[in-house]
Design a binder for this molecule. Structure first.
Ligand code: BGC
Length: 470
């Protein structure tokens, strides 16, 4: 491994991330078709308190204000996702100009503010019309996705520097097809590996489509995939726990990147899925492994793992670490895991540039702030971010080529099945008035952004007010 100096390289991106369904609101406005998340959230019992993305943070309409906040925070990048059914209301076929124009305006607004857009093509909101055709269980989904992606590459390829294909394939499959906690809410060991394979083929097909597009062929913009990695570590040194940890690691962390970079699936998966594990066509791995430009890593926590006989399908479970701090969503705060996963991607898979595309924590915070509140103090989030950005610095010092860090999330948004009950934002959002109030963590990120990370060692970073900008 080459050894880089232990500082953030020039041009390192300091950003925040969101996703379409979680923030936009107006899901059916301007000609959009419904997505699976629209349907799921409107099914009683699926989302806490019956919350939906009907209004969310109203970002579809209030994006100019949100871009102004990002400018005040000195961000150099914003990671957003495009809702497929705003562009192709039926998933395939006719393009909805109004949807495309909405994103073009946002992207132009970001560029005018000096903020680089990183655009995710799929952050879980499949067009409902495609779910009616089998969704990710249909092998044609790879070409549906490539066609949709091509529309965006042609329309916006001249100004988007970074494209991400799929956000967190593991969650798409685990939540959507294995355990059913997320849309479309299926629970099947037969569907999950097939859906995973098609999601990966869709990723490869989109990369191929990008290379064939005008921007891609001209070398404008770079494309990658975003995975969530949660290092699995054995809770004890009992052989059963070590074996369970290997299964959990294969099922969550190796399934997707092994396929992309090593051209195969981990052998543990056949045992985990049993009869549900299909025979795959080896030729598909050429598409899945289509060379790309970067890898995004979303990191929140680790999984301390123990053997759990009978627990479907991995026979493994995450246990609590009694000495550790936990966030409001019950995830262990474990910053060194971020250094570990970044090094691990570099060592096991690739020397491509990496981005930390999501990192952050949910904390219990009031839904409504006292009138005239100018700033919400969130010292635990500042400490979380400080420790995790330091973990990124450690990875860079160890020779990993990390090019950017995106906090999750810009806004308190719809946390999927938890509705609005879990707050991850740098900006507090009152969902009744849509008033945004900066948290101290927004100031902390501002200090990092303007100093290219030097503020990490400044105890006072985060105490300053966000500057006013023109
Ligand atoms: C997802 C986000 C989500 C966050 C916190 C990631 O799995 O990409 O959409 O809100 O984690 O749960």
């Amino acid at each position: 491994m080459s050894s880089l100096p232990p500082v953030f390289p020039p041009g390192f991106l300091w950003g925040a991330a969101t996703s379409a369904y979680q923030v936009e609101g107006s899901p059916l406005a301007d000609g959009a078709g419904p997505s699976i998340w629209h349907r799921f959230a409107h099914t009683p019992g699926r989302v806490t308190n019956g919350d939906t993305g009907d209004v969310a943070c109203d970002h579809w309409r209030r994006w100019p204000e949100d871009v102004a906040w990002m400018k005040r925070m000195g961000l150099s990048a914003y990671r957003l996702s495009v809702s497929w059914s705003r562009i192709l209301p039926s998933g395939t076929g006719g393009v909805n100009r109004a949807g495309l124009d909405g994103y073009a305006r946002l992207i132009d607004g970001l560029l005018a503010a000096g903020i680089a857009p990183m655009v995710t093509l799929y952050h879980w909101d499949l067009p409902a019309a495609l779910d009616d055709r089998g969704g990710w269980l249909n092998r044609d989904s790879a070409s549906w996705f490539a066609d949709y992606a091509s529309v965006l590459f042609e329309a916006l390829g001249d100004r988007v520097p970074l494209w991400g294909t799929i956000n967190e394939p593991w969650v798409v499959v685990d939540g959507g097809y294995l355990h059913g906690a997320l849309a479309p809410g299926h629970r099947s060991a037969f569907e999950a590996p097939r859906a995973a394979h098609h999601v990966l083929m869709a990723h490869g097909a989109a990369v191929r489509a990008f290379r064939a597009s005008r921007a891609g062929a001209a070398g404008v913009g770079k494309i990658g995939i975003v995975v969530n990695l949660e290092p699995k570590e054995a809770a004890t040194d009992r052989p059963e726990d070590i074996a369970a940890t290997a299964r959990a690691q294969a099922q969550m962390n190796h399934h997707y990147l092994d396929a992309v970079f090593l051209g195969r699936y981990p052998e543990e998966l056949a045992g985990i899925y049993g009869e549900g594990w299909p025979q795959f066509d080896p030729a598909d791995f050429a598409l899945i492994g289509e060379p790309m430009d970067w890898v995004g890593v979303n990191y929140y926590s680790r999984g301390l793992t123990e053997d759990a006989p009978g627990l479907w399908p991995t026979q493994a479970r995450t246990v609590k670490n009694p000495g550790a701090e936990y966030t409001d969503i019950d995830w262990e705060v474990y910053p060194e895991g971020l250094t570990r996963v970044l090094r691990w991607v570099r060592e096991r898979y690739t020397s491509l540039p990496l981005y930390v595309t999501e990192n952050g924590c949910a904390l219990p915070e009031p839904t409504i702030l006292p009138p005239e509140t100018r700033r919400l103090d969130d010292p635990r989030r500042v400490a979380y971010l400080r420790a995790h950005v330091a973990a990124v610095r450690d990875a860079i010092a160890a020779g990993v080529d990390v090019r950017g860090y995106f906090a999750w999330s810009l806004l308190d948004n719809l946390e999927w099945g938890h509705g609005f009950t879990k707050r991850f934002g740098l900006l507090h959002v009152d969902h009744t008035t849509q008033v945004r109030t900066p948290k101290a963590s927004a100031s902390f990120v501002q200090a990092l952004a303007v100093s290219n990370g030097a503020a990490l060692d400044d105890e006072r970073a985060g105490q300053q007010e966000l500057p006013e900008v023109g």
